[in-house]
Design a protein around this ligand. Sequence first.
Ligand code: GDP
Length: 197
Amino acid sequence: MKFKSVRFALSAKNAAACPEWEMPEIALIGRSNVGKSTLINLLTSKENLAKVSATPGKTQLLNFFVIDEQWALVDLPGYGFAKVAKDQKIDFNEAVGDYLSGRDNLMTVFVLIDSRLPPQRIDLDFLHWLGGCSVPFSLIFTKTDKQSTGKTKASIETFLQATDAFLPDRPGVFTSSTKDREGRMEILRYIRARVEA
Ligand code: GDP
């Protein structure tokens, strides 16, 4: 699957600064170092696309990339660094909260999880919060090349058992390895279906 054009559009610091277009959007979020930038580069087949998001001053912004002038990939800041309402324990960017809970053209969200780690509190807390939003979401377990398939499977099951406590339905699951280019086609097919829906 090849795209004709992939371009960085803009960075937004809050919901009001997000683009006014009606293009469908697909967002990615995860803890820092989970492999989000590398995955964005893999999905778009652009070596340095996500570098834009990593440039100083942009890591806490919502970064919008336009694909074939038809849909947008939105690179959300990782959670774990910003304040949020006092009654919520989750520690993520307020702009991200506004975006995820109020963006009409957001079709789906991918939450990236490091396949090698036991369930992390911050990921579970975030998913608990996201489960209360109306937007559909799936999980992408990253870096699968770093361990055996059996270990990845076990890790996914352990994670899903942890989310069973607060998610009524198990979320969709993808795996990715940017080293082996694993997961790209499956994820892109899923995105295409969401964008064309
Ligand atoms: P981000 O902070 O979530 O954007 O994470 P990066 O994309 O910068 O990745 C963090 C580190 O993990 C980098 O050293 C990547 O090369 C490495 N990495 C990311 N994805 C994979 C993967 O699928 N396999 C392997 N072996 N390394 C990965």
